[in-house]
Design a protein around this ligand. Structure first.
Ligand SMILES: Cc1cc2nc3c(=O)[nH]c(=O)nc-3n(C[C@H](O)[C@H](O)[C@H](O)COP(=O)(O)OP(=O)(O)OC[C@H]3O[C@@H](n4cnc5c(N)ncnc54)[C@H](O)[C@@H]3O)c2cc1C
Length: 197
């Protein structure tokens, strides 16, 4: 792994990427062409970059799971505010059993996801190999947040589809969680390899 300073000859930001969500962060492709880097810019040991990135992935995946559960909780709270005030067909949306039961089940799942994050973080802090649990966190929490966002947009009705509503942006921002840092399918393979304790 090499540190390449901004402005190094041969390093070019070749294309800024126009993202579906996370629009407040810039993401771009970098191109390296005849880019010479001093030997003292080596980070760690030569040939060890892959393992360093893999180690970092554990932390990144835990953090993404925690982010996902925080976003899911906020979305549920926003939606609770909305459905308890919005009236349709003679009552608030919350008074419709199907709406409040869906929110109740999602709240239970988010609580379960959060506890899984805490458990994996605790194992990691003990220095235990927790690739299995961290991969579970990444797969479960990052799919769940999208399930929550789908329901929350749905219960906001037409307003949930409008750019002016917070939930619309939150749903777009959450989409990346099941892709970035290792797609769900890849995470499930990591879990599957470790199913037998
Ligand atoms: C906003 C954003 C920021 C990012 N930031 C970074 C960054 O800072 N650093 C970095 O290194 N990367 C970054 N990435 C890249 C990210 O990690 C990859 O996009 C992600 O790992 C998926 O890889 P891919 O795009 O090559 O998709 P592919 O590998 O082409 O996979 C496409 C899809 O195929 C399916 N799939 C893939 N493999 C399997 C499999 N083995 N079995 C079954 N199904 C499979 C999944 O559904 C997957 O989403 C970022 C991506 C985004 C969108």
């Amino acid at each position: 792994m090499l540190l390449v300073e901004k402005g190094t000859p041969g390093l070019k930001i070749s294309r800024a990427l126009d993202k579906h969500g996370w629009r407040s962060s810039d993401t771009a492709e970098l191109a390296f062409e005849d880019c010479r880097v001093p030997a003292d810019h080596l980070l760690g040991r030569e040939g060890g970059g892959f393992y360093a990135i893999m180690r970092n992935f554990q932390n990144e995946r835990l953090v993404l799971g925690a982010m996902a559960m925080g976003e899911a909780q906020e979305a549920l709270e926003l939606t609770l505010d909305y459905v308890t005030t919005r009236k349709a067909f003679g009552s608030t949306l919350y008074e419709k059993q199907v709406v409040r039961q869906r929110l109740a089940m999602l709240a239970a799942q988010v609580e379960a996801g959060r506890q899984l994050v805490y458990h994996a973080a605790w194992l990691d802090a003990q220095g235990v190999d927790c690739t299995r649990e961290v991969s579970m966190v990444k797969a479960y929490c990052c799919e769940l947040v999208n399930e929550v966002m789908y329901a929350c947009v749905q219960f906001h009705g037409g307003m949930g589809y409008m750019r002016e509503s917070t939930i619309e942006r939150m749903a777009r921002d959450a989409r990346v969680h099941s892709i970035g840092g290792g797609a769900t399918e890849v995470m499930l393979e990591e879990v599957a390899k470790r199913l037998r304790r």
